[in-house]
Design a protein around this ligand. Structure first.
Ligand SMILES: [Zn+2]
Length: 252
């Protein structure tokens, strides 16, 4: 995807209207292209500003009732006409089969692992012991983790402005030892879990679990899960900059 195409898709992307394939292509471009990234950020800021300052007017109750009942009537008519078509049942069987197959092949797709990641993140905060090795030096954290694990995770010192590395710890997700990197910005703690993908690679997903935002993604080196109470846009910023660091080799 080039910049021109990316710019054309940005509005739809920010309105969450892109299909999965387009969204992934665009995110791939954004992760590499700083100028499109900053354009996306500008658009998002404008959107937020616009939404915050837009006046909302309440429809009079009668108008609201009329519109809703017209919509309901149209929907009922449409679905009963649709259900009379035999191909709908055939299609439904195919779709159902597809989802069953998908569920067997990808039992998790990030959801269960994300729940575990949230509970590990939460548990690490309660006794106030988020790190096993406390250091802001990525090299120190990386060699400590590499000595405890059978892999060496990529460690970025300061993935985005304002974030500093508190240290790392070895944690457990789905019965396997994983690296956890802990970052802090003001009062926010961000935990980034990372482990090498064997068969199952995590796809790009967002979750909101028990008040925490979760992002999952993967590259050839690691499956990643990020957990924190940052806002959605701050999470995206954190994750995007971390990815840019890793992709451009700016890590230990
Ligand atoms: Zn671009």
């Amino acid at each position: 995807m080039n910049c021109e195409e990316a710019n054309r898709l940005l509005d739809a992307y920010l309105d969450r209207e892109l299909d999965l394939r387009r969204r992934l292509e665009l995110e791939q471009h954004l992760s590499l292209c700083l100028s499109c990234q900053s354009l996306a950020q500008e658009l998002e800021e404008f959107r937020l500003l616009f939404m915050a300052s837009a006046q909302t007017l309440k429809a009079p109750p009668q108008l609201r009732a009329n519109v809703l009942s017209a919509v309901r009537r149209a929907r009922a008519k449409h679905s009963s006409a649709l259900l009379r078509q035999p191909w709908v049942f055939a299609a439904a069987v195919v779709v159902l089969g597809f989802f069953l197959a998908l569920n067997i092949l990808l039992p998790d797709a990030g959801g269960e692992l994300s729940h575990q990641a949230v509970s590990r993140h939460f548990r690490s905060l309660t006794p106030d012991h988020p790190v096993d090795v406390a250091s802001a030096n990525p090299q120190v954290v990386k060699s400590w983790l590499a000595s405890k694990l059978d892999f060496a995770p990529p460690v970025v010192g300061s993935p985005a402005s304002g974030y500093s590395l508190l240290g790392g710890r070895v944690d457990v997700i789905q019965n396997r030892s994983v690296a956890a990197l802990i970052y802090k910005r003001n009062n926010d703690v961000v935990t980034l879990f990372c482990w090498p993908p064997k068969k199952e690679r995590l796809s790009n997903r967002n979750h909101f679990i028990e008040g925490y935002h979760v992002r999952t993604w993967s590259n050839a080196e690691c499956n990643y899960i990020v957990v924190s109470k940052l806002s959605n846009s701050e999470m995206d910023e954190f994750m995007d900059s971390f990815r840019v660091h890793v992709q451009s080799g700016a890590y230990f």
